[in-house]
Design a protein around this ligand. Structure first.
Ligand code: BGC
Length: 362
């Protein structure tokens, strides 16, 4: 297969990520969108993965140093949150790690959800990925990784908002998977002890023994669960419960043109198809390698690239086949069109291109 992508969009995407990195090392999620002028651990961690994959190690390293600084400044509060969690109390907003920060590392406003546990887990995974791709980290960054690993192990059963900043009353499967991949990453960085090992083993058992649905007891699937297969690599695409998840996502969340939605009941901007999830499913298919999967991954690249604006910027989502079309207008009236550029969308596109380049059929 010849390169199925537009070279200019690859280069443009790298430029979007690099130009929008603050001097502090933070990545603002959507610099032109009123609600996304903040740096999330989750977005930044996936962006750093992509930068390492395309050889921009220094920029990824600056992000990790920024994230570590936020963690170390929050360490006293995190220790108090761990005590609360062990006593069955709800951690205090002044203590726990927030999900979004200003580029200068100060906590973002509380008008959006503040408490999520997947982001720090994804950060640990991305940090290990950075080191495994030739990045170096100093003692402060490793110290911060140790703080986060212990914090996540202690808080792992505390209900929190999910990756989409929703349903805070649940312990979400995709959050558990993010914590698991983070603890495994920490272990590869040499951060381990009996408590961390036992938390890791328990999370691994939970992941393998229950269906991959939004939370234990829920029936609905969520495309964020695909991250368990790619990029985290916690499950192989041919083993259960991963195989059933892929099957359900393909039947319930993929449009005829290949765009992938978050979940059936999604009403945010009408519940459109997300660039980053379309890229994720393509990466999962490349790892599954069933007949036709490589071609489907190539089609996903073309679909993603067709959503770029004339200047090459990728949006968060596309409303063409929104699950709840009546809900698109009210969101646009409130905040304007879907965020564009979304740095995470560009990162997902770049990560997919790298995976395609390394695929035997490309
Ligand atoms: C998404 C989050 C994301 C944030 C910034 C939200 O709408 O639900 O997953 O971190 O936007 O991109």
């Amino acid at each position: 297969m010849s390169a199925p992508y537009r070279v200019d969009l690859r280069e443009h995407g790298i430029g979007v990520l690099l130009r929008n990195q603050a001097p502090s090392g933070a990545f603002v999620a959507g610099p032109a969108f009123s609600q996304y002028g903040y740096a999330w651990f989750r977005d930044g961690a996936f962006i750093a993965e992509a930068l390492d994959l395309v050889g921009e190690r220094a920029a990824a390293g600056r992000f990790h140093a920024w994230a570590a600084g936020v963690v170390l400044r929050s360490a006293d509060g995190m220790a108090r949150a761990m005590v609360d969690a062990r006593l069955g109390r709800v951690p205090h907003p002044g203590d726990y790690l927030h999900c979004r920060y200003r580029a200068d590392g100060t906590v973002g406003p509380a008008d959006w959800p503040t408490f999520q546990l997947d982001g720090p887990g994804i950060w640990l995974w991305s940090l290990a990925h950075h080191v495994e791709h030739g990045g170096s980290v100093d003692a402060d960054v490793l110290a911060a990784a140790g703080v986060v690993a212990r914090y996540l192990a202690a808080l792992r059963e505390v209900p929190a908002h999910d990756a989409w900043e929703e349903r805070p009353e649940h312990v979400h499967t995709s959050t558990r998977a993010a914590i698991l991949t983070g603890l495994q990453g920490a272990s590869r960085l040499g951060i381990r002890d009996v408590e961390l090992d036992s938390a890791t083993a328990e999370l691994d058992r939970c992941l393998r023994e229950a269906p991959l649905t939004k939370w234990l007891g829920a029936d609905a699937v969520d495309a964020s669960l695909l991250w368990t297969i790619a990029p985290y690599g916690l499950l192989r695409p041919d083993e259960q419960p991963a195989a059933t998840l892929i099957d359900r996502v393909e039947h319930e969340l993929v449009d005829v043109d290949g765009g992938v939605h978050r979940y059936r009941d999604d009403t945010y901007y009408g519940g459109g198809a997300w660039i980053l999830l379309t890229a994720t499913l393509a990466r999962v298919r490349l790892r599954r390698a069933a007949p036709g999967d490589a071609e489907l991954a190539g089609s996903a690249v073309r679909w993603i690239e067709a959503q770029a604006s004339a200047d090459g910027d990728l949006p968060e989502q596309v409303a063409t086949r929104a699950f709840h079309p009546a809900e698109v207008g009210p969101w646009r009236e409130r905040w304007g069109p879907s965020a564009r550029p979304l740095l995470w969308s560009h990162a997902a596109h770049l990560a997919l291109l790298t995976e395609l380049d390394g695929h035997p059929e490309s």
